[in-house]
Design a protein around this ligand. Structure first.
Ligand SMILES: [Zn+2]
Length: 404
């Protein structure tokens, strides 16, 4: 059935050199890789995936000409609602000044001063930038407002660019509460979460020395849960600490950074990966790159059986990249992932970190979120670092960036 001429009912993407489905039932290996493949999209979903010689007819046809199609990247960690610029701080850091969490205050001041329209325009620009690089799902956090009103308006802006919105008033103690951090936690777990919870799906806390300790983090996550928010944690970025064990204990969907892990943390993540709702270790190599920190040992996590995701952590301070291809290249070069594992982590891994089963794969029924690469296979993402290789991006079955 063909409803209207301007909206074809089905679209066939034909002549795909390598199709990555992330469904082992559909093709080779954990990536469910199908050579010489085709894909049929219908009403925003994948209707069919398989060898092109078996492809059904469709109302419209796109020629992939031997190029690779992968699921759209699922970037499960970003801070794209902000104003201001910290390029000089980056330059200073690269000249020998170490990174500390306090630089966030620079962005807090600029974000509070910015209008809603400015914040929305900045966020939209970054979503467009990420999309052009193959990201079709992008989580976004608040955390540069740190007052009830400024956190709420950051979440409203985030909600206009994504469905994956995270309340992170617990990014850092607000400057007004520098001498009374307990008072800020009272605000967070009282009026702030009450106002912010209806605007978000997730609650996140920076559980790290210089930000929130274990006891405060536990209170904040519990207050979020009472208001219907699902937990996520920033942990173990600057040193070993309680972030990972707390995340696993409260059943967080993800604990992010994981740069410094004790053996017990790795064991806990491996056990948590076997739960029906796992706690994913989300690695953010762009941060380690941009802060000149050591990289997390992804190989150790994967070998232990932990679920691993890769995300950008796109933010103006510690990592101003929106490129998951860059993160894949770093994960392969410096964190011990194979190219296959890194591509999985940036797609299916990210979906798992957001507890989404409709994205991160291209099995029939999945959301038709996909990227056509200017490359014959997915290995090129790590093989050709720094080179733009995204030809076209579809989200919900609609072409949203580039052209095939
Ligand atoms: Zn972050």
């Amino acid at each position: 059935m063909n409803p209207t001429p301007e909206a074809p009912g089905t679209i066939l993407i034909d002549g795909i050199g390598t199709l990555i489905t992330n469904d082992p039932a559909l093709g080779r290996g954990p990536l469910g890789e199908i050579p010489e493949a085709a894909l049929v999209l219908e009403e925003g979903r994948v209707a069919w995936a398989g060898p092109r010689v078996q492809a059904p007819d469709a109302d419209a046809r796109v020629e992939a000409a031997g190029r690779c199609v992968i699921p759209g990247f699922v970037d499960s960690h970003s801070h794209i609602v902000f104003a201001g610029d910290r390029s000089r701080e980056f330059a200073a850091r690269m000249s020998g000044t170490p990174y500390t969490a306090g630089g966030i205050h620079t962005t807090v001041a600029a974000t509070r001063e910015a209008s809603d329209a400015e914040l929305l325009s900045n966020a939209r620009t970054l979503v467009r930038e990420a999309r052009a690089q193959g990201t079709t799902t992008l989580e976004a956090k608040s955390g540069y407002g740190l007052t009830v009103q400024d956190e709420a308006r950051a979440l409203s802006v985030a909600g206009r660019v994504t469905d994956e919105v995270t309340f992170m008033g617990a990014h850092l103690v607000a400057p007004e509460y520098a001498d009374d951090p307990e008072g800020y936690v009272d605000l967070l777990t009282g009026p702030m979460v009450e106002t912010c919870a209806p605007l978000a799906r997730w609650v996140d806390v920076f559980c790290e020395r210089g930000a929130f300790d274990e006891q405060a983090a536990r209170r904040i996550l519990a207050a979020g849960a009472e208001h219907g928010l699902l937990p996520r944690v920033h942990g173990n970025q600057l040193g070993e600490g309680p972030g990972v064990s707390l995340a696993v204990e409260v059943g967080a969907a993800s604990v992010d950074h994981c740069t410094y892990l004790a053996d017990s943390d790795v064991d806990a993540l491996a056990q948590a990966a076997r739960r029906p709702e796992p706690t994913v270790a989300t690695l953010l190599p762009g941060v380690d790159f941009s802060t000149r920190q050591p990289y997390p040992d992804a190989r150790r996590l994967v070998d232990a059986g932990a679920a691993v995701a890769l995300a950008s952590d796109c933010n103006p301070g510690s990592c101003f990249t929106s490129s998951l291809a860059f993160c894949i290249a770093l994960a392969v070069r410096d964190m011990g992932l194979t190219p296959d594992e890194a591509v999985w982590a940036a797609t299916a891994g990210g979906a798992r970190a957001l507890r989404r089963d409709d994205v991160g794969h291209l099995a029939p029924g999945a959301r038709a979120d996909l990227t056509l690469l200017e490359a014959p296979n997915h290995l090129y993402l790590a093989y050709r670092p720094g080179v733009p290789q995204v030809a076209a991006v579809w989200k919900d079955g609609a072409l949203v960036s580039g052209r095939p």
